[in-house]
Design a protein around this ligand. Structure first.
Ligand code: SF4
Ligand code: SF4
Length: 401
């Protein structure tokens, strides 16, 4: 008798259909979560209309008007539309492809910014001047002169905080029993402007028994390049060479914006060892490590890069629960972007300010002592005289005994 159990089947190849830009059904499921639609309430500022423009660029080779381009470029690139789309349109990837095809030339100031992002040495040389400027009292007179506006530097200047000049060491060994070695991705400007978070990451990894290595030749993740239609391939390739050559158990990022970009570097060996710090600490928290209690009430802001790309926001909450007595709340409307959007706060300051104002209202209503966010860009965008916003690692590190 014929027995089906004797047959051997080849497992089906995991082929998924990837929709083209022209295949958006215009169903509108993505519209209400789009931050620019919230601001302008017109169809031109929706994902479906942007996909129509992208389709013209990528599929139909049709001309697009200046108006269509302006609406396309108003996109914050938060990718909230991806997670609400029943057709699984890969909006982010299609947007990047369209930008790459458009090849919009960079303005001179943007060229300088990209040069500094890509090159560590000139960046380090510049920092003493930034520090000197912030300490000299020049800031007030320069702001009042209007020169910063004329040079299109006013928004970037507002975000400056005092940079740390001292370079990071290459090795940070644990004081306790070693449980392994990990590499830390530090990014480009975070080494100078977000040192507190990086140091908190090192201390928490060390406290959990991990030796930390920081390779000096690592590059920027390339997120700002991609956000602005520039190629990030060289940066990605360099990071693959640097991190894949290390004898470490994990490559750890602390900013979800960088992590989202790194997670899209196509290399299995790299991706297998790549972890967001919340995921890594949660999975490897030492049984012997108890944190001090805190009576603070905090709200968690979930960055778009975490919600829509890494999709690991629950790890932030679970990790913060390591702090006894801490009251943790979810910030309302976390699905709506705060307007930081990589370099969006610099390239589209008016929209970014309006989105910040909406978020500020929500923060005020939450009536908490502190807001935490796992992305450096959101932290600097949301920090204000009214609200203190920090990376959750800083809160955790403060509670180390
Ligand atoms: S949800 Fe998806 S298919 Fe529907 S309009 Fe938005 S992008 Fe198009
Ligand atoms: S990425 Fe964000 S801003 Fe852009 S179309 Fe999608 S939801 Fe709107």
């Amino acid at each position: 008798m014929f027995d089906f159990m004797d047959l051997e089947f080849e497992p089906a190849a995991p082929e998924f259909y990837i929709p083209e830009a022209s295949e958006c059904m215009r169903c509108g499921q993505c519209v209400s979560g789009c931050p620019t639609f919230r601001l302008f309430q017109i169809d031109e500022e929706t994902p479906r209309r942007r996909l129509r423009t992208i389709s013209k660029i990528l599929v139909e080779n049709l001309p697009v008007s200046a108006d269509e381009l302006a609406h396309l470029n108003n996109c914050v690139q938060c990718r909230a539309c991806e997670i609400s789309c029943p057709s699984q349109m890969r909006y982010g990837e299609l947007f990047d492809q369209a930008q790459a095809k458009l090849q919009t030339p960079l303005k001179p100031l943007a060229k300088v910014a990209f040069y500094l992002i890509e090159n560590k040495k000139p960046r380090a040389w510049l920092m003493p001047f930034v520090k000197g400027y912030l300490k000299s009292g020049l800031q007030k007179s320069l702001r009042n002169s209007g020169l910063l506006e004329k040079l299109n530097l006013a928004n970037a200047e507002k975000l400056l905080n005092e940079p740390t000049l001292k370079p990071l060491f290459e090795h940070y060994p644990t004081n306790g029993v070693s449980r392994g070695k990990v590499a830390l991705f530090t990014g480009c400007i975070a080494e100078h402007f977000d040192r507190e978070t990086l140091e908190a990451a090192i201390k928490l990894l060390n406290a959990n028994g991990f030796n930390v290595q920081i390779p000096k030749t690592q590059s920027c993740c390339g997120a700002i390049h991609k956000h602005n239609g520039q190629s990030a391939t060289k940066l990605c390739e360099n990071n693959l060479i640097v991190f894949n050559s290390l004898d470490v158990e994990a490559v750890i990022h602390v900013a979800t914006g960088c992590g989202a970009m790194l997670s899209e570097c196509e290399n299995e060996n790299f991706k297998r060892r790549l972890f967001d710090i919340s995921d890594f600490l949660l999975a490897n928290w030492s049984d012997n490590l108890q944190l001090l209690p805190s009576n603070l009430k905090i709200a968690v802001h979930e960055p778009c890069s975490q919600r829509n790309v890494l999709k690991n926001q629950q790890s932030t909450y679970a990790l913060l629960q390591k702090i006894p007595n801490l009251t943790i709340e979810t910030l309302a409307n976390n699905q709506i972007c705060c307007g930081s959007g990589g370099s969006y706060m610099l390239t589209h300051p008016e929209n970014a300010t309006k989105l910040h104002a909406l978020k500020q209202q929500i923060i005020n209503d939450a009536n908490v002592d502190l807001v935490v966010s796992s992305n450096f860009g959101c932290v600097i965008h949301l920090n204000s005289d009214e609200t203190k916003v920090v990376h959750p690692l800083i809160l955790l590190e403060n509670q180390l005994a």
